[in-house]
Design a protein around this ligand. Structure first.
Ligand code: UD1
Length: 367
């Protein structure tokens, strides 16, 4: 069986790494090829992850880069079509919900190639999120839908997807987390930054709904500045957010302070350094999807600065609260954590480090 594995943007890499490792255990059954669309291309947004995760270099890089949604999606489609025509795979595997995920799914299906989606069925119900459009388009076309939790399967069934296409396997991103936890623990990144374990917060912020509007972004940073008076906030800044903060004249929030408090700005971090900082943090403030899941497994309180989540299991079972982006709500949620009013969660079913093995075993048995 010849398989093309597709990655495009940062959150794809930690999902694909364990799948490739699991495939390598079956050299007689599976021939696989890694395609990087080039949606993310900076050293820190892309290449650093390959080293950290022990991933092979992609055999093919489409080098698409940034652009409007239509430009990026269209370019991935045109270039990926050539790859599919040349390589003639039996199956394409896509992960997550970025533009590359949807673009490669449409392209392969139109050539009559089967496609499997890993992390299928997640729904925020928010059509203003580009990722929600990507999720819907991808899932409606895919032949095999590997889900992280039973709720995702229910979403798919409610959309009319046949039962036999839905395979509940668990969460591949947690495979990667569990594989790298011991290594991350040994790092000294926190100490080197002058941080005390359990006495700082981690922040990530990059969603257009938070960073593309000046008033919203300013309100978020007013809240963060207050929280940062009580404990430092480490902020590995996404290139999109850096650009918007400068454009809106909000860069003063990012200035370093003599007293070690405030917001500690860093470049985007590698996987291991980020994991190290996250596992020792008092809390995580984020608008990322993946961090909601990782904090749930690590038992670190997570405050999600969004109005909805496609990962409700992290709220029902994990440590996540979804509170929107209003200044007062952010402050109240951080206070709850600092005053110990947040109860720990539990780890969802099949988030056990064995998901990639289940996916590959299923493919071998069924395709
Ligand atoms: C994309 C995904 C989002 C994911 C996020 C993780 C879509 C629709 N969005 O959003 O789901 O959570 O990745 O980071 O697919 N840029 C760089 N260097 C890079 C990549 C991007 O400087 O290597 C800058 C460019 O200015 C670019 C901007 O970041 O225009 C946005 O990049 P893009 O890939 O369009 O979307 P993200 O916001 O990263």
């Amino acid at each position: 069986m010849k398989i093309i594995n597709v990655v495009g943007a940062r959150p794809n890499f930690m999902k694909m790494a364990p799948i490739i490792k699991a495939m390598n255990r079956y050299p007689d059954e599976i021939e696989h090829l890694l395609v990087h669309t080039g949606q993310h291309y900076d050293q820190k947004m892309s290449k650093a992850f390959f080293a950290d995760l022990g991933m092979p270099r992609p055999e093919i890089d489409l080098g698409v880069g940034s652009g409007s949604h239509a430009q990026q999606t269209g370019q991935v489609m045109v270039k990926f079509e050539q790859v599919c025509l040349r390589e003639r795979p039996d199956l394409v595997i896509v992960v997550g919900d970025v533009n590359s995920t949807m673009a490669c799914t449409i392209t392969a299906k139109k050539l009559g190639i089967r496609v499997a989606h890993v992390e299928a069925g997640l729904r925020s119900g928010d059509m203003e999120m580009p990722e929600e459009i990507n999720r819907l388009c991808t899932d409606v076309l895919c032949d095999y839908l590997f889900t992280t939790d039973p709720g995702a399967g229910e979403n798919l069934r409610a959309e009319g997807v046949a039962d036999e296409k839905i395979i509940f396997v668990g969460n591949v991103m947690i495979d990667t987390l569990l594989q790298h936890q011991a290594m991350a623990k040994k790092l000294t990144t926190g100490r080197d930054m002058g941080l005390e374990a359990g006495n700082y917060a981690m922040l990530t912020l990059h969603r257009p709904s938070n960073v593309d509007d000046k008033k919203t972004l300013n309100g978020i940073f007013e809240a963060l500045a207050e929280i940062a008076e009580r404990l430092p906030i480490v902020f590995p800044i996404h290139p999109r957010t850096r650009k918007m903060m400068h454009e809106f004249g909000l860069a003063h929030y990012l200035e370093s302070r003599e007293d070690g408090k405030g917001i500690l700005l860093t470049e985007p971090l590698g996987y291991l350094e980020f994991l190290h900082l996250m596992m020792n943090a008092r809390m995580v403030l984020t608008d990322s999807g993946g961090l909601q899941e990782e904090t749930t497994v690590l038992g670190v309180p997570c405050i999600t600065l969004r109005h909805n989540t496609e990962r409700p299991i992290t709220v029902e079972q994990g440590t996540n609260v979804v509170i929107g982006n209003d200044k007062h709500r952010i402050l109240a949620a951080a206070n709850d954590v600092l005053e110990g009013r947040v109860v720990g969660g539990r780890v969802p079913e099949k988030w056990d480090g064995k998901t990639a093995g289940r996916i590959v075993a299923w493919l071998i048995a069924n395709i």
